[in-house]
Design a protein around this ligand. Structure first.
Ligand code: ZN
Length: 101
């Protein structure tokens, strides 16, 4: 599992020190069918990027390089559950939930 995650994060880099992430940067908080909740921490500078939700069905998808930015406020356990309930119900129209420009 961690090997898959490493592949997912190897295109990312820390916005603070520009170092890449590796499997040591990923702390798995919660693992359920189809959804992984992980905390991403830069092992180079120690910066935490907070909790990431990872859809396991998307793990094979290669993303283009992205710089991870600071998230908003740290979220609580309740927020994680709420987000899970939200994500669980998403369908092919999930993009409709995104703010329109
Ligand atoms: Zn860093």
């Amino acid at each position: 599992m961690k090997e898959k995650l490493r592949v997912l994060f190897e295109n990312l880099c820390c916005s603070y020190c520009k170092n890449g992430f590796n499997e040591e940067s990923i702390e798995i908080k919660r693992q359920e069918s189809g959804l992984l909740v992980a905390n991403l921490v830069c092992k180079h500078c120690g910066k935490s990027f907070g909790v990431s939700f990872i859809g396991l069905s998307n793990l094979e998808v290669k993303s283009t390089p992205v710089e991870v930015q600071d998230g908003p406020e740290p979220i609580s356990y309740d927020d994680v559950i709420d987000a899970h309930e939200f994500i669980k119900d998403l369908d092919e129209h999930w993009q409709d939930h995104l703010p329109k420009n």
